[in-house]
Design a protein around this ligand. Sequence first.
Ligand SMILES: Nc1nc2c(ncn2[C@@H]2O[C@H](COP(=O)(O)OP(=O)(O)OP(=O)(O)O)[C@@H](O)[C@H]2O)c(=O)[nH]1
Ligand SMILES: [Mg+2]
Length: 335
Amino acid sequence: MAGMNTTIPTVLSSEELMDKAFRRASKISKKGSDSLDGKKKTALARITASGDIVETTLVGYIQKFPRMEKQDDFFPQLVDLVIGIDRYKKALGALNWAAGRTELLKNQSLREVRRTKDPAIIESIKKGFYGRLGSYIDQISKDLLFLQDAKNKFRDLPSIDPSVPTVVVAGFPNVGKSSLVTYISTAAPEIAPYPFTTKGITIGHIKDDWRMFQIVDTPGLLDRDFEDRNDIEKQAVLALRYLTDIMVFMLDPTETCGYDMGKQTKLLRDIQGNFEDVPIIVVESKSDIERSANDVPHISSVTGEGMEELKTLLIGKLRTILRQRALEASDEEVA
Ligand SMILES: Nc1nc2c(ncn2[C@@H]2O[C@H](COP(=O)(O)OP(=O)(O)OP(=O)(O)O)[C@@H](O)[C@H]2O)c(=O)[nH]1
Ligand SMILES: [Mg+2]
């Protein structure tokens, strides 16, 4: 979904849209064979121009905003949480309605102008046209504002590609999640804003031959007691489930993160309950300071201990997931 933002245009407010249509139209003036003919041609051209501007602007928005359906998948769930898919679809529907009404109104007004020989009537048809056009646009002013806001929100969504097998790193704050993502990423990870927290989500990539896998941490989401979450955060955790192919849960046995091991293992159990189908690899961080006797990988982003082994383990599991996906896809083809 990265780059989606670049294709969505800035959405004009209702006033700006009317301004644009009127200003363009008012500059047009046509000569005719006589005064009446000139007035007629000018009115026809102005009505056509302002109607067309409104129509093409609205239809352009409808085409350039992404189609979104509610689905059990990471990106639609995220969009639903951040933007609201029902409201979003309603806004696009309202634009479609206004574009359709504009077209009808324009054609009807053009017919009426062509039929008359009275300059006063031409003037009143034109006025009536502008008035009704303005009222259609007025009626969608909230939808236009909503879509401009949605455009900004789309732009700020993290550029995580849900189709790439993904490792999600969880654990309390300060246990070393971002340090791990940075350490095993092929290039410097991207830090993207995440709608549910003030902290940036770290998005790294692991290169395996010609393939890339994603590794992300999830600040503010999987680092708190579940009871402390509000409804939106709970839904956001659900959305994460669709993204997570493998989870690395990080314990900090030094407790320098500020949470004792009892609390940390309780969070681990919480998460195991919420991510039942997801394989979870438990690791312990900061092995350069202190290590437990637990039979889990001990890693350190300071000395690099355990990092190559962890990376190899993750790549092995991610390859298996890719193979399973390919098998499922070919099964579907046969069926
Ligand atoms: N000694 C040592 N310090 C580490 C290690 N990993 C991380 N740290 C330190 O621990 C602190 C927290 O590390 P981060 O990687 O930012 O932890 P985080 O889990 O991403 O924290 P949040 O983003 O706040 O959730 C930093 O000061 C790191 O330098 C490690 O392996 N050894
Ligand atoms: Mg972090």
